[in-house]
Design a protein around this ligand. Sequence first.
Ligand code: C2O
Ligand code: CU
Length: 483
Amino acid sequence: AAALTGCTSAPAAGPVPSASGPMPTLPPATPRPGQRIVEQVLTAKPVTLDLGGPTVPTWAYGDTAPGPLVRATAGDFLRIRLDNQLPADTTIHWHGIRLHNKADGVPGMTQDPVPAGGSFTYEFTAPDPGTYFFHPHVGVQLDRGLYAPLIVDDPNEPGAYDAEWVVVLDDWVDGTGRTPDDVLAKLIADGGPAPSGGMGGMGGMGGMDHGGHGGGNAPQPWGDAGDVTYPYFLINGRVPTAPDTFEAKPGQRVRIRLINAASDTIFTVALGGHRLTVTHSDGFPVEPREVDALYLGMGERYDALVTLDDGVFPLVARPFGKTEGGQGLALVRTGSGQAPGPDVSPAELAGRILLATDLRPHESGRLPSRSPDATAHMSLEGSMSPYRWGINGAPFGQNQPLTVREGQRLRLNVMNMTMMTHPLHLHGHTFALPSGLRKDTVLLAPMQSMALDLDADNVGDWMVHCHNIYHAEAGMMIGLLYR
Ligand code: C2O
Ligand code: CU
């Protein structure tokens, strides 16, 4: 079974392995002899979805949002055909997977966009177990409902639980006649004219050295929490008046895989009457940590274990800093009892709320410490008015890509120079927080700085960006290129 992990046999033309990285080999781009192959077809198309009352015309993978689960075991080769039946170009990005660059799904960088009526086959090895998802990397299409979970099982993990639930969070634009493109156009129009040159005077601060490998300086997200007002928040595609319901028996132990697929909403998540033991962050094992609730930024995933009590319990996803549109709700039913209503407010939401910076990596998930060979600065800049976001002095397309050499340990000194919280996401790699915790998406509170270390072990052209899809589309992205 060890051969399934993809770590044990080097591909013919692999890179120079990094000195101490836990997974030194480049994930293969073609199947090795004997490698298990997972094949699936995904159809992106216009649909009318029933959210549990409201019906909405939108775009999805197949007939549902979330779309169909893609499931593999670490080391498997995935061959997934995207049939594009949308009236627009699209791609699929495999969020968090340390895959071969050509399969990363970034139009203009790793592939041509897949035209309306066209198809494209993504082929890659999924080297690391974990909870992932996928979505388009074109415009603000993610916010249409084009997302689905991707789970990579660990062949070496026994799975000490009775059941597993996949819980996908979303903020839902459609249903009021607006599309995400309308929303973005309005944000830009309402933001007013852009001043000429730079990022509203903030760009000049990008070069400031806040050195050191210190931790974050803000205990929790704050500031303006989102740009968009949503009519609904969904858990597994359902509004809270008709929630998804998980059935189990009292005393059973459940692994909950939480995915925030929202475009503009950080959630606080809690299960009423229970504490959650967080076991994985963005797929990687952590020292188990018991919490009342967790913050989940857009693009972040957490796995948690919970032992269930007897009754009916609300699993709540409360939008951080938003007062309209209610909240996301699912139900956990292990016995009889009255189902809580859509506005239920479990006490846990006011308890101890976990941030990634509170976690310690499990030994098997830690990036071995090593002094960096190179550093790069990333200054997150911009504002709501004008609605213009950028990194290092300019929006994407005008900013200078970051560069790295294969085999380097690169330290990204990231500074959030704005008054909003941004989930920063890196393609094709993981970065380590100062604790050594490996992640691919991390929340940065207003004016927070953080040093993120990554091993340049996956040659290609990659993106680093804010996972607020509206910020990303308005410029808060930068390239990371191997040179
Ligand atoms: Cu899920 Cu480039 O993002
Ligand atoms: Cu952002």
